[in-house]
Design a protein around this ligand. Structure first.
Ligand code: AMP
Length: 401
């Protein structure tokens, strides 16, 4: 079965064509600058690259261009879209409406669009891509996979904020959590590697990248996570401040004379590792700056590592123990100094990583010392493959009915 995975944003449409026989990527690319002008970058598994400027007034033109790139010209990998069995879409916000992966109907797209108030940057873009896909490939089943769905198992005592209850009821203000597809992928992989049922494991899954979130998984379910109502909450991130005292937000806004949207930009784009270091949001740049003796870059890394360590401790307390810790995403998979500092001095919890094993990067492996009671693993994430697997499963189930 060949599955097209689509990750649409407000002005971009990333895609991967995946062959489920061997889970290989046949081609991938990005339609960028939708609504501005338009650019396509397309790459095949055999290394053919196509770059072209296009006209993308809406997601529909971008989707047509993607279809052309896959079926015609030097980057073609299939002869017609009939070879595609289904399309799987990533959707950021499913709120309390969507608790699992869902087959697409017109009503489902309308509902996703209605949730745009809770995810202004993302959900409308998803809906536009879904309409475009439905129009261009009317006979191909589509499936939506939600970033928030995995976290719908979080108990109410952990997802509520301390605002008046009526505002939860009226405005749906609560913790939703994000990166659910990634946490689901790596925890399932962990169970496979450990030869155990995920239901029998207590896991802290650390998705550390440009955006970072940490999730506590118990009985095979997400029981708490660091991102909240939006992906701004939790640990320090590349350009996001993470959790801060809400009164500091109103105070700083007053001092700068910022309105709501300027403050939003300040917290989402100018803070975090970039804001603290004054160097970069990219951990590779920060590591280089630390090596050059840059004190603020070192402070940013120390703050990041401490914020992750504190969450691990709190999740161990929440779950009453831990069997495994996972490091994934760009930083978690690659930055050995982060993994080392986060896990340092946690021996009393049974956590100790092996400095030799920790030298590797980007590779699936158990990096804990042999005697450690808690296993610490690096597991590369693959959200696209998870979306493709969900899509395949749902389409097969629908066929069987
Ligand atoms: P992601 O958002 O998962 O793509 O992760 C992006 C982050 O991973 C960036 O901050 C990169 O600097 C970081 N990253 C990627 N490779 C490395 C590496 N070799 N060492 C340190 N950080 C890395």
């Amino acid at each position: 079965m060949i599955i097209l995975v689509v990750n649409a944003g407000s002005s971009s449409l990333k895609y991967q064509l995946i062959n489920m026989e061997d889970e290989s990527v046949i081609a991938k690319g990005n339609c960028d600058r939708i609504g501005i002008d338009g650019h396509l970058s397309h790459k095949t598994a055999s290394g053919v690259k196509v770059e072209k400027d296009c006209d993308f007034p809406t997601h529909a033109e971008a989707f047509s261009c993607l279809v052309d790139a896959l079926t015609t010209g030097e980057g073609a990998v299939i002869s017609s879209m009939d070879e595609i069995s289904a399309v799987g879409h990533r959707v950021v916000q499913g709120a309390e409406v969507f608790t699992k992966t869902t087959l697409v109907t017109d009503e489902i797209i309308e509902k996703i669009d209605e949730l745009r108030e809770l995810a202004p940057v993302h959900n409308h873009g998803h809906a536009l891509a879904l309409w475009a896909c439905r129009k261009i490939l009317p006979n191909v089943p589509q499936v939506v996979v939600f970033d928030t769905a995995f976290h719908q198992t979080i108990p109410q005592k952990a997802f509520m904020y301390g605002f008046p209850y009526e505002d939860y009821e009226q405005f749906h203000v609560r913790k939703y959590g994000f990166h659910g597809t990634s946490h689901r992928f790596v925890t399932a992989k962990l169970a496979e590697i450990m030869g155990k049922d995920l239901k029998d494991l207590k896991v802290v899954s650390c998705h550390l990248g440009n955006g970072s979130s940490i999730t506590a998984v118990q009985d095979g379910k997400s029981v708490d996570t660091t991102m909240g109502f939006t992906p701004l909450d939790g640990v320090l991130m590349g350009t996001r401040c993470g959790a801060v005292d809400p009164s500091a937000v109103t105070y700083v806004a007053g001092k700068h004379g910022f309105g709501v949207s300027e403050m939003d930009t300040y917290m989402n784009k100018k803070s975090g590792m970039l804001g603290i270091s004054g160097v970069s949001s990219d951990f590779r740049d920060l590591d280089a700056a630390v090596a050059d003796g840059n004190a603020r870059a070192a402070l940013a890394k120390d703050m990041f590592n401490l914020s992750v360590k504190k969450i691990i401790g709190s999740y161990v307390a929440e779950m009453g123990g831990v069997d495994a810790i996972i490091f994934t995403a760009g930083v978690g998979e690659n930055d050995r100094s982060v993994r080392w500092d986060v896990c340092e001095h946690l021996e009393y919890l049974g956590i100790k990583i092996d400095p030799e094993k920790n030298k590797y990067r980007g590779k699936q492996m158990d990096i804990s010392i042999d005697w450690a009671r808690v296993r610490v693993l690096v597991i590369p994430t693959n959200e696209e493959l998870m979306i493709a697997k969900d899509t395949e499963r749902l389409v097969n189930e629908a066929k069987a009915q």
